[in-house]
Design a protein around this ligand. Structure first.
Ligand code: BES
Ligand code: MN
Ligand code: ZN
Length: 494
């Protein structure tokens, strides 16, 4: 859904709903005041009565406010009048978006761009409005025989002052593009393993390249990977009848500047292999390709915006299944880097495909390499669903990613990669073991990867806890596309 600019009077705008801010201390935002006047104080009465206090996160739907063309007004808590934090603002936007979409409205106007937010400008606010509304309006219904009968929000406007119009439209354009990328990521991640195979990921990348001439796609098959010596990646694919793919998407918007290379784990289903997982919640391992899906989502958003940067996306894609020819615990495989790996646990397969993809990424002469992976259950235990794990061999890159996550409301938290942890990966039979025991599982997984990233600046995002939600609202979140886009946009600004 494209969010567009709305200029002029809100009072006369015919729409299902207008969302306006209520500030702390039961004060109305400027737009709310205007609607209040038109309705002869209807909003003031509601606020005075105490039905909403103005804290970020609150939202109150008010039907039939007289004197205005809109059918409803959504009152949205927006905190202190002298400015709220970026994260509080995102909380307010998300509460508003959820209320609008939950009410089954077909269209809406938001006047939340006027709320003052500390250290954030008009463009940022409008960008977040577009991301947040799209995020809430997202549905995944392609596998249902009949679409849901509840109307979907298919049109939305953001009210903007004339003096802000340029910055606002820039922000909305950026946000709309990020939302488009996130929707692709979510569609791919939500699609189950029998639909979303490595071949499907490769075809999706090829379709992207047809839609955006600025994207160039290469897909390597098993024979190509064998020639390159990717024995580690191929050892994961051995248990599956689906052929593995190594997908590369190149975007060059800045001549021959060294690119950012994004490497995304694309395990389209992770059963654990011979080290098979327990049955409970195993269905969620269809989301184990979210790293790859977020790489494709970012490439789409970057192409949509035509950014003046160079970005290369690399997505190793395979299933991890048990079979007569599957890799067995104790098997030793040789990676593209030449390092040998003792596969002690076939369920630690993400690092086995990433290490070869990371070695491969050196050929792009990268400025930085960032891998994105649903890599460890330990990361879910450590950080829950609020932050992605971040590990890096370069402090400046790590700081940039942390800051980008903070700005986007898609936060990461850094863990160390100290030498001491490498001991856990020692093997009597090979150069390295693929698991390091129960302690510090997220760190030892990243330590394993770091052995393949010595030649460049590298960061690893463990998105095991952030990529999807479980339970009743099970589904892909689209993270960490917002973080990665904010990082890329930040590089552009430098
Ligand atoms: N894809 C999983 C990680 C995962 C598990 C993500 C649960 C989200 C929720 C990964 O391939 C895996 O199985 N990792 C193992 C590593 C272990 C064998 C060292 C894990 O975390 O249990
Ligand atoms: Mn696994
Ligand atoms: Zn996995």
């Amino acid at each position: 859904m494209e969010i567009s600019i709305k200029r002029g009077s809100l009072r006369t705008h015919k729409t299902a709903c207008i969302a306006v801010g209520v500030l702390a201390g039961k004060r109305l935002s400027p737009s709310a005041l205007r609607l209040d006047k038109a309705s002869r104080g209807a909003l003031t009465r509601i606020v005075r009565r105490g039905d909403i206090s103005g804290n970020p996160g609150e939202a109150l739907m008010v039907p039939d406010v007289g004197g205005i063309a809109a059918e409803r007004v959504l009152l949205v808590g927006c905190g202190k009048a002298d400015g709220i934090s970026g994260l509080e603002y995102l909380g307010a936007l998300n509460a508003a978006a959820k209320a609008l979409c939950g009410a089954g409205l077909r269209n809406a106007v938001t006047a939340l761009g006027e709320i003052s937010v500390k250290d954030r400008d008009t463009a940022w606010k409008q960008q977040q409005i577009a991301v947040s509304l799209n995020h809430a309006a997202y549905r995944f219904e392609r596998l249902k025989s009949k679409p849901s009968r509840k109307p979907a929000l298919t049109r939305a406007w953001s009210a903007v002052e004339d003096s802000d119009a340029d910055a606002a439209s820039r922000g909305l354009r950026t946000g709309n593009a990020i939302a488009l990328g996130m929707a692709l990521t979510r569609d791919l991640a939500n699609l189950p393993g029998n639909h979303c195979t490595p071949t499907h990921l490769a075809e999706t990348a090829e379709a992207l390249a047809s839609a955006y001439p600025s994207l160039e796609v290469t897909v390597l098959d098993e024979a190509d990977m064998l020639k390159l010596g990717m024995g580690s990646l191929l050892s994961v694919a051995r248990g599956s009848r689906q052929p593995p793919k190594l997908i590369t998407v190149e975007y060059r918007g800045a001549g021959d500047a060294p690119p950012v290379v994004l490497v995304g784990k694309g395990v389209t289903f992770d059963s654990g292999g011979i080290s098979i997982k327990p049955a409970a919640a195993m269905d969620e391992m269809k989301f184990d390709m979210t790293g790859a899906a977020s790489v494709l989502g970012v490439m789409k958003a970057v192409a949509e915006l035509g950014l003046e940067i160079n970005v290369v996306g690399v997505a190793p894609a395979t299933e991890n299944l048990p079979d007569g020819s599957a890799t067995k615990p104790g098997d030793v495989v040789t990676s593209m880097s030449g390092q040998t790996i003792e596969v002690l646990n076939t369920d630690a397969e993400g690092r086995l495909i990433l290490c070869d993809a990371l070695t491969y990424s050196a050929r792009f002469k990268p400025d930085v390499v960032i891998d994105i992976a649903t890599l460890t259950g330990a990361c879910v235990i450590a950080l829950g669903s609020h932050a992605s794990g971040l590990l890096s061999n370069h402090d400046a890159l790590a700081d940039d990613l942390l800051a980008a996550g903070q700005r986007a409301g898609d936060r990461a938290w850094r863990l160390p990669l100290w030498d001491e942890y490498h001991k856990q990966l020692e093997s009597p039979f090979a150069d390295v073991a693929n698991v390091g025991g129960r302690e510090a599982g997220t760190i030892t997984a990243a330590c394993f990867l770091s052995r393949f990233t010595k030649d460049f600046h590298w960061a690893h995002l463990d998105i095991a806890g952030t990529a999807w939600t479980g339970g009743k609202t099970k589904g892909s979140t689209g993270r960490p596309v917002p973080l990665l886009m904010e990082y890329l946009l930040g590089r552009l600004a430098q």
